[in-house]
Design a protein around this ligand. Structure first.
Ligand code: BGC
Length: 690
């Protein structure tokens, strides 16, 4: 695998073990449609999948809904004199795949020698339009290198990989184009995928459509002459016949990518490899966001894989929104509107659990109703309860936090007044009904799960309490802005003053939750090098009795509220918790990078930067096959901008406290502040914002 400045290439690829991981890291998307980058002719090792951001389905016996796998629009099969070209059974002279980040194009170059010695050169380009929400395209170029012969290309939409348990094939009767028409089995949604191709060479050829239960294909057959190039351009689209020309669509797509790179790009001078890692992250961030929001959000693995079933977590607000708020606020607004549009589901969750206000789903889909499973079955058959859906309540104040951060950076009053305020008030009401006042006169939050999921049903998780307190804080500020004076506000003021924090003012250390210090200390160094998470090594039960934490928890709120803590206090907590963190989540290393950078521990920060930025490219967690870890892409962007460049912001402005890694000479990027784009340049001597 090679990663160059603006692309990633998989050379000579066909690795049974890595195929599915490659499909994820080379995936394509525009926030509404996402497609894994599978080999077009399909082999058993492949796991092709496409998703539509808001196409969730649920059967009568399912506990929750999930994103359904739709038919695969990328299928292409090539036959030379009726022999199917095949990577596994024929000689592969060359087969490389890459994604050109700058233009959002997947490129495959394949030189194949069949059993009769015929060499065929093939080039395939695929894209999902960044300019047109419903558009996709593929371009196939074929050149017979040492023969003249009959070539047949079957290109179209494969239903075989779709989830037929949840989709009904309505069997289309198209004539001059390919069309798959499906309906969801247990709801009332329709899906149509069209494809219309043109044979560029316009040589004499036969064209026909094949429609069956398994898909809809356009077929081209012609006599191909030695050394001549033949191109087939296919425009695909969702729910409407593609009307434009291939070139026009493709040009619009490329122009949009150029624009989005301009707005999103980070330039690092001094280290080419790090630049490439950041480009990889930026590519996935841009493709995750463009048409996301409003009716759907960005799932934990983007639209690039089946892990987490397309569910949306706090990952979006805490790891992706910072990038969108500061580089493309309109996308941030659309993503927050998704939370507004699912507020009724959140209200229902609160009612279901006997609380007031709105309780956002820990795992959210199109309805906002809780979609976290209640049990999981381990590989050994053991059934374990999953408590996050009921107890990982920090998701609600996390959303309130992000609504406020969006407002601080954009000054978007319309959003705050008409949508944000309601979310902030409703989540505050939920928190108020969850919290209890105890005999010590303080407010406590019991039986929760913090970001560190190794410890369940803990009392007074410092992260949760801090975020809940902030929820009240911003609710009070919003009420002041709207001139609302009422009893509720008075109650919230009292809670913010008296909520238990876990801080020991003498040491500056926060206890992650009540009783944490009494747990067994484990020296994590003794388990290095390790490739599996600590809860797998120690077992779930045992891990919960130790101080090993899954991911940044205390350090997470110190990052989110960075401007409030002294560097010394942050360093005290970093020194304590870093030793105890097992990094069992891909969300963990980036926060450690930022905290270490902000406190001047640059070598640590750099180590964590690499650990995070290589999560998918290096398959660090061993599970990239399930889709890209989009939060770690956001984490990479945050590591540079909020860690090394040291960006902090509040309502009245932004400021920098940079700590560049040794090898980096300078960093450049742009941010949008209250509607104006600012170009930032930072090196060891200067910070320039223009
Ligand atoms: C992490 C959560 C995260 C989820 C989805 C879990 O392993 O602990 O914080 O939201 O994965 O990425």
């Amino acid at each position: 695998m090679g990663i160059s400045d603006l692309s990633i290439t998989i050379e000579k690829s066909f690795s049974h073990l890595r195929e599915r991981e490659i499909e994820s890291i080379l995936s394509l998307g525009n926030g509404y449609i996402g497609t894994r980058n599978s080999l077009e002719e399909f082999y058993p090792d492949c796991n092709p999948a496409s998703f539509i951001g808001n196409m969730y389905v649920q059967g009568p016996d399912d506990e929750f809904n999930f994103l359904v796998k739709i038919p695969d629009w990328t299928r292409i099969k090539i036959y030379v004199d009726d022999e199917l070209l095949n990577l596994r059974t024929q000689e592969v002279i060359e087969n490389s795949r890459s994604v050109n980040f700058a233009e959002g194009i997947a490129v495959r170059e394949w030189k194949n020698k069949d059993k009769h010695g015929r060499i065929t050169n093939i080039k395939i380009l695929k894209y999902i339009s960044l300019a047109n929400k419903n558009g996709m395209g593929k371009l196939l170029v074929i050149k017979p290198e040492n023969y003249t012969g009959n070539i047949r290309v079957t290109t179209g939409i494969d239903c075989g990989v779709a989830e037929f348990g949840y989709l009904l094939n309505m069997n289309s009767e198209s004539r001059n184009f390919a069309l798959v028409h499906m309906k969801t089995k247990y709801s009332d949604r329709e899906l149509k995928i069209f494809q219309k191709s043109t044979f560029e060479a316009k040589d004499v050829h036969i064209y026909y459509i094949e429609n069956s239960y398994n898909g809809s294909y356009e077929n081209f057959e012609w006599r191909a002459e030695l050394g001549k190039c033949y191109a087939i351009e296919s425009l695909c689209s969702l729910n409407g016949h593609p009307m434009d020309s291939f070139d026009k669509n493709f040009d619009q797509h490329k122009a949009k990518w150029a624009e989005r790179w301009q707005e999103s790009r980070i330039l690092i001078k001094g280290n080419v490899y790090d630049q490439r890692l950041v480009n990889f992250a930026t590519y996935h961030l841009v493709n995750s966001g463009e048409f996301s929001g409003n009716s759907c959000s960005i799932p934990a693995r983007n639209l690039s894989g089946e892990s987490y079933m397309g569910h949306v977590f706090w990952d979006t607000e805490m790891y992706l929104l910072p990038f969108f708020i500061l580089t493309k606020p309109e996308i941030a607004r659309a993503l927050l509107m998704y939370r507004y549009n699912t507020l009724n589901g959140a209200r229902q969750n609160a009612i279901n659990e006997g609380y007031k206000g709105a309780s956002y789903a820990w795992e959210s889909t199109d309805t906002g109703l809780e979609a976290a499973p209640s049990v999981a079955i381990l590989p050994n058959g053991e059934v374990i309860p999953i408590l996050s859906g009921k107890h990982e309540i920090h998701i609600s104040p996390d959303i309130a936090y992000t609504v406020w951060k969006y407002w601080e950076a954009t000054g978007d009053e319309d959003f705050l007044v008409n949508y944000g305020a309601e979310m902030i008030f409703e989540t505050a009401r939920y928190c108020e009904s969850y919290i209890t006042k105890e005999d010590d006169g303080l407010y406590h939050i019991n039986k929760v799960i913090g970001p560190d999921e190794y410890h369940e049903l803990v009392d007074d998780n410092a992260y949760t309490n801090y975020l809940v307190r902030n929820n009240f804080d911003v609710a009070i500020k919003t009420k002041e802005k709207l001139n609302i004076k009422d009893e509720e506000t008075e109650r919230w003021k009292e809670i913010t003053d008296k909520i238990y924090s876990g801080l020991n003012p003498k040491t500056g250390l926060y206890e992650q939750f009540k009783g944490y210090y009494n747990l067994e200390y484990i020296d994590l160094n003794e388990y290095e090098p390790r490739t599996v998470p600590m809860d797998v090594i120690l077992g779930r039960e045992k891990t919960s009795k130790t101080q090993v934490v899954k991911q940044a928890d205390v350090l997470m709120f110190m990052f989110l509220f960075g401007g409030r803590f002294s560097k010394e206090d942050v360093a005290i907590n970093y020194d304590f918790y870093e030793k105890r963190c097992g990094h069992g989540s891909s969300l963990s290393p980036s926060i450690h990078c930022i905290i270490a950078a902000r406190t001047g521990k640059i070598q640590d920060a750099y180590r964590y930067f690499l650990k995070n930025a290589q999560i998918d490219i290096g398959n660090e967690f061993g599970n990239a096959a399930g889709g890209v870890h989009i939060a770690s892409a956001g984490g990479a962007w945050m590591s540079v901008v909020m860690g090394f460049a040291g960006l902090y912001y509040a309502e009245d402005g932004f400021w920098f406290d940079p700590h560049l890694p040794e090898e980096w000479e300078s960093i450049e990027f742009s941010i949008v502040w209250k509607g104006e784009r600012k170009d930032i340049y930072i090196d060891r001597e200067s910070i320039i914002a223009t």
